[in-house]
Design a protein around this ligand. Sequence first.
Ligand code: BEZ
Length: 260
Amino acid sequence: MNKLDFKGMKEWDAEVYDKSFGFISEYGSELIELLNPQAGERLVDLGCGVGQLTAKIKTFDCDVIGVDADPDMIHLAQKKYPNIEFFCAKAEDFSIPDPVNACFSNAFLHWSLQPEKVILNIAKNLKSGGRFVGEMGGHRNVITITDALYEALAEQSVEREKVKFPWFFPEKDYYISLLQEGGFQVNKAYYFVRPTPLDDCPNGIKDWIQMFATNFLKVVPENRVSEFLCRTEELCRDKLYTNGRWFADYTRLRFYAELL
Ligand code: BEZ
């Protein structure tokens, strides 16, 4: 069995995430440019995962704190970057003792189904005029993968209502309105399509599903998971497999906002 074979129902494997999904932070470099960290500033990296981007932000001589709700991710981040402060907390209720200059978040905000609460909590932890710079899955993100997952479920006679849909992929204008209601002025917002190669995943789209789409796997009888994964892969192949490479059909919503 390789490291990415289905392992019971564990939600996250920080080591596998680090090894096979490093592309997530590689794409974050442009977002750091948008953040434009200044020496001496205090910042939060919300949903920091194993801390690669937190460490990049730190190179700007600022004081950055990594926050993530997953204890395994935080544990690995602390091990990899012992000179950076990391702590485990949810986006909806993390709390930094003194307000910070900026909150940065890459490929994380779509994991909270309480976006209003997250935005309000970020505002609470920012200084007035503080920046909130983020990128997340946008409208129709991973639509080919999710359509295939639902179709493969239907073929196994599993009702789609059994799946707790784990993500929030908003339209740009809707997310802008949430930010404004949360007290932010939105200076920049972009929506774009970004097919994302899964080159470090030996089993391509199956590995992506086992890492991120566990809510779908949970509702499949255990003895049919492997068949389910093969069928989902087949259903994705036409659109997401090109020249020997698997791609995830990501769309991105990127924004730069300031607390009024
Ligand atoms: C994303 O970055 O778009 C994403 C990652 C994992 C699951 C769903 C979406």
